[in-house]
Design a protein around this ligand. Sequence first.
Ligand code: FAD
Length: 408
Amino acid sequence: EHVCLIVGASHAGVGCAFELRRQGWTGGIVLIDRDPQLPYHRPPLSKTYLTSEEGSYHNPLRAVDNYEREGIELRLGVSVASIDRDRSLIVLDNGEELAYDKLVLATGARPLIPPFPGLESARHVFSLRTAADVAGIRAALSEDHGKRVVVIGGGYIGLETAASLRKLGAEVTVLEREERVLARVTTPGMSAFFEQLHADHGVKILTGKTVSGFQTNATHTIVRCADGDELVADVIVIGVGIRVNVELAQRAGLEVSNGICVNGSARTSDENIYAIGDCTYHHNPRYDRFVRLESVQNAVDQGKVAAAALVGKVAIYDAIPWFWSDQYDVKLQIVGLSEGHDRAVVRKEVGEAPKFSIWYFAGDTLLAVDAVNNAKAYVIGTKFIQSGALIDRDKLADPTVPLRPANL
Ligand code: FAD
């Protein structure tokens, strides 16, 4: 019987396992993850999970009996220490060896924690990637002090965390090193929108702030900034980016650059080893560019492509990337990759609540759409990116022209 081992049981790995069965893989499938919990949805960690009644939240990717029914074996709470390609096996941290015919690396990423001076002795410092991180933050917040939170990093995770903790009544300050939040992922206009949104909800955002270290006493920690500013924190959340989990692949001699290198079928430089999700560096044919993406869409879709390829079908990954973020009552949806645009058209819908979209073009080609509280713009934008049909930009910008493909 052929065995497919999948390292990493999250969005990519779990999706791939079930798809593998659906595509007709009859051999064994084993999913391995160091996280002891039944695999769960990650995006709600910084959104609904952080604010939900403690203990009441349960959001598994699949119910436990689904794994049994599909004959997918779960090995949780155990790490993969190395890959022995010559012998086609992996070695677990308990010394156990598992042989494979096919191996899938879905190892994702881990939070980047800069070596801030004073970090080791600081109290209540967290990152936010796992269910255990959320449990830790909740527990720290429920202590006597525990109401002053400093979030380091104004990316999506930092801002979502700030919004959620604000909802819980915490006093929240976000420290961002760049001159604006979301600098790495969006345009100045969108950054300004989110900065205002957080200000309206009482979150203090300080930009241009480089954290230089921590100093901790009996009750709290002082977060020091390079410009001399100091903030008192009962709880600190670090959200300054990720490190891709490429080490297993690297030590096994697989090709790695800005992630594990894979071809259009999610195959690595070893024909029996595939890689999917956050950990991969792959070519996107539509944008003709190599990318490393951090999104559920990418994890799931690339997992499906790998599953098809593993059963011998021809499958090429060419999905249009998409992503979302929820902060307060604002739902941001992003489709496409806006990098390289030479023009952005803003369309603001009539009405009181913020509802707008930004359409990014390179020449006449629509690259991407950022839609704020505007699912229609997101759906129509996706269609236009898919079809490559031309858009009348004057009509697009005119809110009196209803947003319909036929009108554009
Ligand atoms: P991961 O989810 O990182 O999973 C990798 C798994 O591999 C982990 O469970 C890890 O324990 C395991 N692993 C790694 N190495 C080993 C080893 N050696 N041995 C055993 N196990 C190992 N994306 C969106 O599209 N929209 C959102 O709104 C959104 N919000 C997010 C909010 C938060 C707080 C976070 C953390 C992420 C969010 N994301 C969001 C990103 C999304 O969750 C990731 O893109 C997605 O989880 C990637 O899935 P993955 O399976 O590739 O990797």
